[in-house]
Design a protein around this ligand. Structure first.
Ligand code: ADP
Ligand code: MG
Length: 597
């Protein structure tokens, strides 16, 4: 959020959509939304540059939805995304924005999904298609997807599509769409190839870039927790419990709905918490702030707008439960703590895909943000036990203990136990409903994040869709915890001689160096088409005309079928089990046996 308080109503959206936004709890547009929506509504082509988590989906989805003729059951918008997770996410977002558009239909199509189902869905019709490049291209070729009525084409995360080796497919699609349509291209960065695609296929595009202004922040302890292995709510309560100088906190979330939900959940866990959002009138808002000041409340869960200007000296902690849209918002948020000469603490929750925003914030504020180790169960227990001991010690100094000491002796005598056991029973009674130990397990330590390798985070590691701790990945981790497989980039020939690792099967595919293929292209295509997380993809060896790839054994036939049809750089890969070593030239071999799936 930038400091300009623009409202959605100023952007030219229809009343229907404005009503929907109110219903789903969006208070104000994010900077990229505020700038892109009017331009897109005017019909211009657009290049939007902003990082992950800045609200790009609504930036293109809302204007696009204004152009949809619901009565015409034909694809009128096509959104290309690099991964199936994103295709699903974007489709879900559109569906939620279509709350008040009866009959509106959005269809995600991606590799790995059965063709039968997809063909049926396509035949039934949809207004918006959200898909990964390979599968969209495939349907266009088969003529099962018709874009004659296309009004809008969106390339979401264009740099990611480039990184994953889909740029040729994207261009192919751009070549095969009718000329007359609006095109919007979104990208976090603007590599040369993306720039070239934009120049070639966009018509006088407006360029919108969300810059990060530098700013200085007061001496506030800043830490971040990488969201992994545990729900944010559990992590939050653990952290708050163990933080040393905790007094009061403001927790920032993105939506009004989230303020209320989180307040309810924290109340249920015994915190004195309340929501502060734009739905409250001035009087109610002041009341909440007054209660926070007086100590009647310890936690306020707020949206950016609602928290503007709050000055409550006892706020010891600011928690960025949802990462802010930009550095300005971050600086504004954490400025709510460390007031009146007190120490302040700022805790930031960062999902793997938001790592770039973390680095941007560090750069903009010129301060490092240190990783926070999540308190373990033992840490929490120790803290609780220490608090309990303190309370007992206080009572030991209080008046009137004799009366109770007498009762304790009586119980001990009657039950024939020691005073210690009676004390234990009483302690248990005293802690009823507020256990000193917490349930659940400690999550495994998070894998270190690497800001410069987003491809890794693109598969399965996007926060919402990665398997949660304790859950097994859908496919294909049969053997429990396995190490990440190493992916060779050079010395392939040496590695080729080693047998596949663990329950891996080696396959051969008909694309190789002469097709201009790189390892990342293969990983991208396989991950998307078969729905295999990239970390389960084993070694890949590139030869001149073909390549080998190791995939987990026991591949479901759906995935196998999808892979047979997959293309890399436009070349059908014809995946089948590898039955031998290639000749020294890496040339072709003929395979007589049929693949055994
Ligand atoms: P990006 O595509 O830039 O990575 P998304 O479009 O996925 O970002 O948005 C990130 C999150 O922010 C989503 O959960 C979305 O619902 C939420 N969000 C987007 N715009 C707003 C808004 N104006 N108010 C509140 N939440 C928003
Ligand atoms: Mg996005």
């Amino acid at each position: 959020m930038s400091t300009s308080v623009e409202s959605f109503a100023d952007l030219g959206l229809s009343d229907t959509l404005l009503q929907t936004l109110t219903q789903i709890g969006y208070e104000t547009p994010s900077p990229i939304q505020a700038q892109c929506i009017p331009v897109l509504l005017e019909g211009h082509d657009l290049i939007g540059m902003a990082q992950t988590g800045t609200g790009k989906t609504a930036a293109f989805a809302l204007p696009l939805m204004e152009t949809i003729d619901v009565k015409l059951m034909k694809p009128q918008a096509l959104i290309l995304t690099p991964t199936r997770e994103l295709a699903i996410q974007v489709a879900e977002a559109l569906q939620s924005y279509a709350k008040n558009l009866p009959g509106f239909h959005v269809l995600p199509i991606y590799g790995g999904q059965s063709y039968t189902i997809q063909l049926k869905q396509l035949a039934r019709g949809a207004h918006v298609i959200v898909g990964t490049p390979g599968r969209v291209m495939d349907h266009l070729e088969r003529k099962t997807l018709n874009l004659d009525n296309l009004k809008t084409l969106v390339l979401d995360e264009a740099d990611e599509m480039l990184r994953m080796g889909f740029i040729d497919d994207v261009e192919w699609i751009l070549e095969h769409t009718p000329e007359q349509h609006q095109t919007a291209l979104f990208s976090a960065t603007m590599p040369e190839q993306i720039r070239r695609v934009a120049q070639k296929y966009l018509v006088e595009p407006r360029e919108i870039k969300i810059k990060s202004a530098t700013a200085t922040v007061a001496a506030i302890r800043q830490v971040y927790w990488q969201v992994s292995g545990m729900h944010k709510l559990d992590a939050l309560t653990r952290i708050l419990e163990v933080e040393d100088d905790f007094d009061a906190a403001i927790i920032f979330v993105r939506t009004k709905t989230a303020t209320v939900e989180l307040a309810d959940k924290l109340n249920a866990r015994g915190y004195a918490a309340a929501a502060l959002n734009g739905d409250l009138n001035q009087q109610m808002r002041e009341r909440v702030i007054e209660q926070l000041k007086s100590g009647a409340l310890d936690i306020v869960i707020a949206t950016d707008v609602a928290a503007r200007g709050i000055d409550v000296p006892r706020i010891s902690h600011v928690v960025n439960y949802d990462i802010p849209y930009d550095t300005e918002a971050y600086v504004h948020r954490i400025g709510r703590t460390g007031r009146a000469g007190r120490t302040g603490n700022a805790i930031l929750f960062v999902a793997p895909r938001e790592i770039r925003m973390l680095r941007t914030i560090e750069r903009a504020t010129r301060q490092p943000i240190a990783p926070l180790t999540l308190p373990s169960r033992a840490d929490v227990t120790n803290k609780r036990v220490a608090g309990f001991k303190e309370k007992v010690a206080e009572v030991l100094n209080a008046e009137g203990l004799e009366f109770f000491a007498n009762i304790v002796s009586q119980i001990a005598e009657e039950q024939n136990v020691g005073a210690e056991e009676v004390a234990a029973a009483l302690a248990m009674m005293a802690q009823e409903g507020k256990p000193l130990q917490i349930a659940g397990e400690d999550p495994p330590p998070a894998r270190p994040m690497r800001g410069d390798d987003r491809r890794q985070a693109s598969f399965g590691e996007r926060d919402e869709h990665r398997p949660r701790f304790g859950e097994r990945p859908a496919f294909p981790d049969r053997g429990g915890d396995k190490p990440r497989f190493e992916r060779p980039r050079d010395h392939e020939d040496r590695r080729q001689r080693t047998p596949p690792t663990g329950d891996m099967v080696r396959y051969r595919i008909d694309v190789g160096r002469e097709h201009g293929v790189q390892v990342k292209d293969i990983v991208g295509a396989i991950a998307n088409e078969a729905g295999i997380e990239s970390r389960f993809i084993g070694r890949i060896a590139l030869y001149e005309e073909s390549s080998t790839i190791e995939l987990p054994a026991g591949m479901p036939s759906e995935a196998a079928n999808a892979l047979k049809r997959t293309r890399v750089r436009g070349v059908p890969i014809n995946l089948r089990p590898d039955e031998g070593r290639p000749d020294s030239a890496g040339g072709e071999r003929k395979f007589k046996k049929k693949p055994n799936y």
